[in-house]
Write a protein that binds this ligand. Sequence first.
Ligand SMILES: CC(C)(COP(=O)(O)OP(=O)(O)OC[C@H]1O[C@@H](n2cnc3c(N)ncnc32)[C@H](O)[C@@H]1OP(=O)(O)O)[C@@H](O)C(=O)NCCC(=O)NCCS
Length: 357
Amino acid sequence: MLDQPVLHRYQPTDREEVFDFIRAMFPADVSARIIAQWGWKYDANPFNPPDGPIIHLVRVGSKLVSQIATFRVPLWAAGTKCMAENRGDQVVHPDYRRQKLWQRVNLKQSVETPIALGWSGDISTRAAMVGGWVPGPVSKLWRVLDPGPFIERFTHSRLLGSLGAGAGAASWGAGAPLRRRRDRQVGARIRLDSFDESVDALWERARRADKAMLVRDHRYLNWRYCQRPDARYSLFGIKRNSELAGFLVARATTRDGIKWGYLVDFLTAEDSTDVLSALLDDALDEFRRLGVAAVSCFATDPASRRTLLRRGFFPFPQRDPSHFVRRIHRGRPDLQKFATLGEWYVTMGDGDYEMTF
Ligand SMILES: CC(C)(COP(=O)(O)OP(=O)(O)OC[C@H]1O[C@@H](n2cnc3c(N)ncnc32)[C@H](O)[C@@H]1OP(=O)(O)O)[C@@H](O)C(=O)NCCC(=O)NCCS
């Protein structure tokens, strides 16, 4: 029986063994990121159940051959408040792949929340489907601020690059008078260092009554966007009549020599398109100051999508889009409708998608 895989619940004493396994399984930059986030995301996650982080290990004899790390997030599902498990960093040792290891050790039974969610790519989506998850492709919305770096990259022409950059700058200036008029009505633009109770009041007003969405209260948002050890976010807000009318979380990174901007998360009331527009303007202004070439986001919420499309974002079909995967507990017929992606308010900040870069 020594070669039978056995499921173990991770204990803090397993940490160094798990880190060695992660280093052996992933490229150096990926393993460094997973390890840097480990304490924040798993060991000291404020949403952990009383019995600690939800990480499972599979050993064959004394050899660690797989790990699947999960963290919990607070969820609102059309009035039902519960915790959801986000299926996070998972890996199977190459010698044990295509053997349905997780089914053999019956991991499913250890998932305790009514809803589990996660993000997956091509292969992991197929593996997830075998495990009973429902996939849903989510395509990015894009806006190019400075086409120069792309033109330069694809044509190696500095002349074309500078022409493209000029076009981007011209279209930015043209909207300024309109924006100033709109600004006077929308409210005061503020920058936040962290979230306080005013975001809880916004959450109560702005959550989508009949949808599933992560609870955007100050406890969750501070953990997610103010305590992550390996990334810094810009937090934009609009204050109107002494209330927070909306917030937007943005982040810029440099990859392959190009500066990218991400509208990671946002929330305004469904009928507050002016507030979301103003938040977008502020974030885009900051991205331009930072020299960001293109901005992307996810938005499944129809009201937010309409505003983004009006503000110049466009859907760009991806050959291999990421999937937002869900699994609804069989014993919860009241929640089965959330197997459908259209029933979710999803942004790039949800789950661990944006934690992977
Ligand atoms: C993704 C991963 C966890 C899958 O683990 P696994 O134990 O091999 O998956 P399973 O044996 O349960 O496979 C289930 C199904 O997934 C699909 N699948 C798994 N690996 C596949 C591959 N390399 N190519 C195509 N389909 C694949 C198949 O449909 C498979 O069923 P089948 O074998 O009957 O055709 C594993 O490949 C891995 O560790 N990859 C590297 C790390 C990673 O990508 N992690 C996910 C994101 S954090």
